[in-house]
Write a protein that binds this ligand. Structure first.
Ligand code: ATP
Length: 689
């Protein structure tokens, strides 16, 4: 029975029997984030920590264990289950046998269990388990391809001994056709195997990257800020390193390895004790690969550290180019870069020369094995144990043993890194993101809320003094509150704490009387309007930036752009409202503060947020006028908290909070005329000091 995506998710929750808290949470989520696409379904399943896997609807789904499934079509879905006994569909509160609908669904999401209550210890192995059914198929393909490969040396032997030696030229044509057929079959099987491996590699890499990315997006802001760009990028590239092992020639060599035994037996059958040659070669490859790995591990670590340092400097160069060029520290910076560059080059040289040395040794082993077979084989020919054709076949067979061994020995360090990559990925994925494993959320209405802070304290890990120290004050619903104080007094930090971006280390923040931690951070931030001091313009269009993920028309966006005086500027951009913000700004040249403020104000005008947190919302006289107008229009219907050093703006608030070194110097209504001048001027002057 075809239904909406949201209905399917609700049916799934019903079938797996989740607790009422989870069900209520899902309802709240759906209300705030309407489910319009498959991506929205994944977001909700991820948030609910429900284990699932995604399959093409054409796969044999009854062989994969699951509790229930969602078949996703173009704009509707079906709740069902693929049992060994048949197909069941969810109707009137139960899964009942039904006729499977053909061709309607593009993908099927299989649900494997209840919402998880804690992180999986070995997340990656559990993910890889999903691919287990494909392994026997890959082994069978490899086995048959290797059997075909085995027949080619024997055909060559037949040509030498029987056709040339026995003067049977008329048989060449038949043998050639047979050889071409075998060769084509072998090629075909290898192509199929390579495609299967690439598909698996891509899926693993995609799933790992998405999960790691999700943790980064919803991880604690403070920890992410401290981790730095290069560390975060390393986490994603680790996922890519796993992919390179499964796909390509290395993946093929791994599946060929067990069948090397066939070729060794064949050499034994043809050349008797000549079999000792491939066995010694394999042993040598193994011993040398182990030896090389130990050294390469050390070299790899050095290479990563120096590469990361160089990358950080390049990032610094890109983002702070103007500063570097105009300041006097350029020679000092160049010196740092030269040192980092020299170290990275030296490490890269050591790494490559080590790799080059061992690659040559592995190549020499392969060559020596063939020469040993020739030398020893000639003796066997003289003793009439081996025919000349047999010798040529043995030479061909030995390369079937040494080639995959050579490839694996060369890639041994990469294979060895799998354990390390696995540990890193498991660590990144099991790291607790905000809201994980918790389904607490009080309903957030569209009425202006009250806010109470009681002794809120927060110290950044790399700072000695707390940025906020025992901050307490209360805000009535619909009040306008100005936060002021000297630079570095904690104003921005306070807004980030109220927005749930940074958790305080002690004290309580209450929203409508409930502890802020009892709200889901994602739903909370979707509900409130938060504007940072430095607007971060991510690559999106002007329209999307202002729409803020909500349903608004072009006309509405045009109206607000016109109101803030930005319409002419936006129309002058290459694609008007559809211009991507990253086309007008770059890392080294962000949007001007004035342009950014105009866009931010347009966004404010476009939506009605019950709670608005604004960090330094005004950058010029022009947008100050507009801000004051907006403030008056929304006074009483939204709770508004803004930071400012501007005495004129501060006077418009119902309550002012003066911060000094993270402490509240004053919190209350604007003092009367004379005192007011004194306090506010003092704080504004402090900011300019
Ligand atoms: N991510 C961070 N990591 C470490 N310390 C930080 C971080 N953010 C702010 N701080 C420190 O916390 C203190 C308060 O900073 P905050 O930005 O909240 O002050 P502010 O009053 O908003 O300053 P301004 O008026 O310049 O915007 C400062 O000492 C600052 O250096």
């Amino acid at each position: 029975m075809s239904e909406s995506y949201a209905d399917s998710v609700n049916n799934v929750l019903d079938v797996i029997g989740v607790e009422s808290g989870v069900q209520n949470f899902a309802n709240e989520w759906i209300q705030s984030n309407p489910i319009n696409s498959v991506g929205d379904v994944f977001d909700l399943l991820d948030r609910l920590m429900i284990p699932y896997s995604v399959h093409p609807s054409s796969s044999k789904l009854s062989t994969v264990e699951h509790l229930v499934a969602i078949q996703i079509g173009a704009d509707s879905s079906v709740t069902c289950r693929h049992d060994l006994k048949g197909y069941l569909e969810y109707q009137d509160g139960a899964l009942i046998p039904a006729q499977a609908s053909q061709g309607l669904a593009d993908i099927t999401i299989l649900i494997h269990g209840q919402p998880q209550e804690k992180p999986e210890v070995d997340w990656l192995s559990n993910k890889l388990d999903n691919f287990k059914p494909i392994i026997p198929r890959l082994l069978v393909i490899s086995f048959i391809a290797n059997l075909f490969a085995l027949s080619i040396p024997f055909i060559t032997m037949a040509v030498y001994d029987h056709v040339i030696g026995g003067d049977a030229g008329h048989e060449v044509f038949g043998i050639a056709i047979g050889a071409i057929l075998l060769f084509s079959m072998m090629l075909l099987l290898k192509v199929v195997r390579s495609q299967l491996l690439t598909t698996v590699a891509n899926r693993i890499s995609r799933e790992v990257s998405e999960s790691v990315m999700r943790k980064l997006l919803f991880g604690q802001l403070g920890i992410n800020r401290m981790a730095g760009t290069s560390t975060l990028m390393n986490r994603i590239t680790t996922a890519e390193s796993l992919k390179s092992i499964v796909q390509g020639p290395l993946g093929g060599a791994l599946f060929d390895l067990p069948f090397v035994i066939i070729f060794i037996i064949a050499i034994g059958v043809l050349g008797g004790w000549l079999v000792i040659v491939p066995i010694i070669a394999l042993l040598l490859y193994f011993i040398l690969a182990q030896r090389s790995y130990r050294r390469q591990k050390l070299l790899n670590n050095q290479l990563t550290v120096s590469g990361t340092t160089r990358f950080s400097l390049l990032y610094e160069l890109n983002s702070k180019l103007s500063f570097l060029r105009t300041s006097h520290i350029l020679p000092f910076w160049m010196d740092r870069f030269e040192k980092a560059n020299t170290l990275a080059s030296k490490n890269s040289f050591d790494h490559l020369s080590h790799q080059g040395k061992y690659t040559s040794i592995y190549y020499a082993i392969g060559l020596l094995s063939t020469l040993a077979v020739v030398g020893l084989g000639i003796d066997l020919i003289f003793n009439q144990v081996l025919t000349p054709g047999g010798l040529i076949a043995t030479m061909m067979l030995i390369s079937r043993v040494t080639s995959p061994a050579q490839m694996l020995a060369n890639s041994y360090p990469r294979i060895g890194q799998v354990a390390q990559a696995k540990q890193q990925i498991n660590q990144s994925v099991s790291y607790r993101a905000e809201g994980d494993y918790s389904y607490q959320h009080h309903h957030l209405s569209q009425d202006a809320p009250s806010i109470d802070l009681e002794l809120v304290t927060l110290r950044f890990a790399n700072q000695l003094k707390p940025a906020l120290s025992g901050v307490s004050f209360s805000v009535e619903p619909g009040q306008v509150v100005a936060i002021t104080g000297p630079m570095g007094s904690g104003k921005s930090t306070l807004l980030e704490v109220i927005a749930g971006l940074l958790p305080s280390q002690s004290g309580v923040i209450k929203l409508n009387g409930n502890n802020l931690s009892q709200y889901d951070p994602q739903l909370l931030r979707k509900w409130l309007g938060y504007y940072s001091d430095q607007p971060e313009m991510v690559p999106m269009t002007v329209f999307d930036f202002i729409a803020d993920g909500r349903d608004v028309s072009e006309q509405e966006v045009e109206n607000v752009l016109s109101k803030v005086g930005a319409l002419d500027w936006v129309n002058s951009l290459a694609d008007g409202m559809d211009t991507h913000l990253n086309q007008v700004e770059s890392l080294s040249h962000p949007l001007s503060n004035y342009e950014a403020t105009m866009l931010t104000q347009a966004k404010l005008l476009c939506h009605k947020y019950p709670l608005v947190l604004l960090d330094n919302p005004v950058s010029s006289k022009k947008n100050k006028r507009r801000f004051i107008q907006w403030l008056e229009e929304n006074r009483g219907t939204s709770t508004i908290i803004f930071t400012s050093h501007d005495a004129e703006l501060i006077k418009l608030s119902d309550q002012v909070v003066v911060l000094d070194g993270g402490n509240v110097g004053y919190a209350g209504p604007i003092p009367d005329e004379n005192e007011q001048e004194l306090d506010i001027e003092a704080s504004a002057q402090g900011s300019e000091a």
